[in-house]
Design a protein around this ligand. Sequence first.
Ligand code: ZN
Ligand code: ZN
Length: 404
Amino acid sequence: MSDISSLKTQVQTEADKILPELIKIKNKIGNNPELGSEEEKSSRLLVELLRKNGFEVEYPFSDMHTAFKGVIKGKTSGPIIAILAEYDALPGVGHGCGHNIIGTSGVGAGIALKKIIDELQGEVWVIGTPAEEGHGPYAGAKIQMALKGVFDEVDVSYMVHPTGNLTTVMGNFLAVSGVRLEFKGKTAHAAADAHNGQNALNAAMVTYMAIHANRQQLRRDANAVVHGIITEGGLASNIIPDRAVLSFGVRSSDDTYVPELVDMVVNSAKGAALATGCTVEITTRTGLKSNLQNKGLEKLFQNIFDELCHPYKPLEEAAVIPPGGSTDFSDITHIVPGIHPLIGLGVENIAGHSTALAEATLTPKGDKALEIGVKTMAMATVELLKKPELLREIQKEFEAKRLD
Ligand SMILES: [Zn+2]
Ligand SMILES: [Zn+2]
């Protein structure tokens, strides 16, 4: 036990040593946001840091030029812990989701563990997973990797994500699917020949309102969310638009409810097409699952937050907060036991996906969240690789839930 305590102290010391460099890279990535599938500079910075600290790094990895996999091996073979790193930004709000903290936390945890890896049995992988926000061909990169077998040998996987105020030990996420609706009508002079036109924008508006009309009837117990935008709605006000495009996301904490929500959106569009004399082309994209919880991992991370005197939301309070967003990490929690804590930046009333959050990641509060992320994941890895019985318990719970 004292061995484990001293190793945990050592990884904290190593984390403190590397922290100034990690902060610099976090801020550099934060100030140079790159959209998903285009994270060339961000991924290179993280890969260079891993290599400089003795990691074997495969880059590009898994047929994605901004993905990487860094590996360190213990004194003998044993369990594999995969720490995931994200570093993609959002259009308009830069690092408004704080992935500059995620990437540097994952890489930092790996580097802190490198110094003591000879004392451990097993392997630590740091996997750079692009395009979590769904932009470009690498959208759902973790799922693409899983399909190629990247997680086949992995025993446990985790990552951390920044959030507004207080830390949540186990982040929970909604299943999500996407629906794209492309209406086609007929152009005509908007005044003189309007009767000869078929107005695709009107079809889009009727769709939007039909979806609104259904909101009251959505299942509240399933945390249903339907959100969308009109991406195309005509070229000039004096032309009846012959083309309009909508993009919708439907989410729920009940994976089986998502197809029903997709049907509701699709039927709203079909009804609108009929009403306006337009045609509609519908593309549905099966997206992400909701996450599988693991109480064993939750307990492990909670204990480490206690050890670090890092405050978090009381578990009973966190348990009744409906899940907010979605992530491709949820799919990984159906393949191996996984946890995705949300590390509080200690800033009240800050919205996710906002420029305010992007700015907060660059402050001393952002530095602190990074430090906590690095230390927590490094210490959890020590425990998991030093306590085979703990790992077995976590895996047993995972198998039982997966069979449910
Ligand atoms: Zn996000
Ligand atoms: Zn995010």
